[in-house]
Design a protein around this ligand. Structure first.
Ligand SMILES: Cc1cc2nc3c(=O)[nH]c(=O)nc-3n(C[C@H](O)[C@H](O)[C@H](O)COP(=O)(O)OP(=O)(O)OC[C@H]3O[C@@H](n4cnc5c(N)ncnc54)[C@H](O)[C@@H]3O)c2cc1C
Length: 473
């Protein structure tokens, strides 16, 4: 990635805080900078801002929010940090997890109350590593809606979001201070923009095959189901300026991407009693043990394929809250059978296989014992009832979790812990709190890191910019 230290151009424009990437991180950073009364611009490669944010469910985990309190949920930073450390088996940076625990709630409350991005705690997505309900969703329960709400908030706040503006180089002096950026516009037009502070909100590197092969070789050949424009640009610029990176092998995966339709199968179907079998009709994993890590056992099955099995009652209930379930229905991804035998035939599964796995589950439910993978099918979930349903799925890489080393205000750091002069990173461009493996990802941490670090970076950059306007540099 290009860092240019000589031939510094005459910059046509100057904006104090420049942000690259118009996903949840970049837009939140811009709102935070505007709240400090400082001008900020967001530069976005795409014609229509989309990013992994729009592809997501829009769920943001946050601690001690107004919505949690309204619902009588007693959460705390300590409980959140304990959840993070348990999920990552002690690998996450505890200080960063604590900072995120402290700042995620106020960030979500601020987006809701000050910027008209309503986010309410959700009860469908429980467990999966969070010991309290703390996933917050916009009313329509989609990432597309979250992105639109943030864009509308930026418009109201007077933030310019420049689209079709790909940043292709960063200009810096010999002290690694960013001077500005080069922007590629349509029709081959090139513009140069100077800044006091640069915020990298370019997400991770799931769309960069070479980086994947280097850092996550096991997933280099797997399906990538994040935004193709996430090519690691920000991480590479940071590294070229002397920044350190952490946990580059970490990622968020999913074992239940409908194949070939490429629609996420809602996990509540499994939380509420559904199960997975491979194409030989055998269960092979604890479906709730690790939603992100489940891509590994699924991809290890014959042909890398599995079936999510549930029933019509669950399907109808899920339609009410899940856009993905509605899409699965619309594109005909859901197979149905009036009996186990009929479902086995329509899914081309061995005769008797589903009936047998279901019988084992019911036996365990009656005995109160866990299954061979440690899953409890207890009385909180109901036995599946005909008609039965199934969706064919595979495993995929959603989002990389490693990135630039940052401090408590999202300033980018060198290996020795010193901050670069005027560079920030958040969301997928920064390190996360997921440890070094796929199994360390807690649901909804991706957007949590995007908005929380975005808010911290935007506010700090704006404060520093205001100070530097009055203090000689
Ligand atoms: C299917 C799916 C479901 C998910 N569900 C959830 C969920 O429910 N909850 C959760 O917390 N996380 C979820 N995630 C992860 C979540 O989407 C990401 O963690 C989050 O969107 C990251 O936000 P971001 O702002 O860092 O990146 P993005 O939203 O990807 O935005 C980055 C932007 O930077 C732009 N960009 C990149 N390089 C340049 C450049 N050189 N010049 C200009 N622009 C550039 C890109 O075009 C993009 O628009 C999901 C991910 C996927 C794929």
């Amino acid at each position: 990635m290009t860092i240019i230290r000589s031939s510094i151009p005459d910059f046509e424009f100057s904006v104090p805080v420049v942000i690259v990437g118009a996903g949840a991180c970049g837009l939140t950073a811009a709102l935070a900078a505007r709240d400090q009364g400082v001008e900020a611009i967001v530069l976005e490669r795409d014609k229509r801002p989309w990013g992994s944010t729009s592809m997501s469910l829009g769920a943001i985990c946050a601690v001690n929010t107004h919505s949690q309190r309204e619902n009588g949920i007693q959460d705390s930073v300590e409980i959140f940090v304990a959840d993070v450390m348990a999920k990552t088996e002690g690998e996450a940076d505890e200080a960063l997890a604590r900072r995120i625990g402290e700042r995620s709630g106020p960030t979500v409350d601020w987006l809701s109350s000050t910027h008209g991005v309503p986010l309410k705690v959700d009860f469908k997505w429980t467990g999966l590593g969070h010991s309290k309900p703390r996933l917050h969703l916009p009313p329509g329960r989609t990432g597309e809606e979250l992105e639109s709400l943030l864009l509308n908030a930026c418009a109201r706040a007077g933030v310019e979001v420049m689209t079709e503006a790909e940043v292709t180089a960063v200009y810096a002096n010999n002290e690694d201070r960013v001077l500005g950026v080069r922007i590629q516009r349509p029709g081959g037009v090139v513009e140069h923009l100077s800044c006091d502070y640069l915020i990298l909100a370019t997400c991770g590197y799931g769309g960069n095959r070479e980086m994947l092969a280097r850092h996550i070789p096991d997933m280099a050949g797997a399906r990538y189901f994040g935004h193709e424009g996430n090519r690691g640009d920000g991480i590479l610029w940071g590294q070229a300026l002397g920044a350190a990176v952490r946990e580059m092998s970490a990622y968020q995966g999913l074992g239940t991407l409908a194949e070939p339709q490429q629609i996420v199968v809602p996990h509540p179907l499994m939380i509420e009693g559904g199960f997975l079998v491979n194409i030989e009709g055998y269960r092979f994993t604890h479906e709730l043990a690790n939603i992100s890590g489940m891509c590994v056992p699924v991809l290890a099955q014959p042909q890398g394929i599995a079936w999510v099995v549930f029933d019509e009652n669950q399907h109808i209930a899920c339609l009410e809250h899940s856009n993905d379930q509605r899409q699965l229905q619309e594109v005909g991804a859901i197979r149905r059978g009036d009996s186990w035998d009929a479902l086995e035939r329509t899914c081309n599964l061995p005769a008797g296989s589903l009936a047998k796995e279901n019988a084992v589950i019911e036996m365990l439910r009656a005995s109160g014992k866990p299954d061979r993978f440690g899953r409890h099918f207890d009385q909180r979930t109901r036995p599946l009832q005909a008609p039965f349903c199934a969706v064919r799925v595979t495993g995929a890489l959603f989002h990389t979790q490693g990135g630039l080393l940052i401090d408590e205000n999202a300033r980018v750091l060198r290996e020795d812990g010193r901050a670069l002069p005027n560079l920030y990173a958040g969301g997928g461009a920064a390190r996360s709190i997921s440890g070094s493996r796929v199994t360390g990802y807690l649901p909804a941490v991706g957007l949590c890191m995007a908005v929380t670090l975005g808010a911290l970076a935007g506010a700090d950059a704006a404060r520093s910019s205001s100070n530097s306007a009055t203090t000689p540099r």
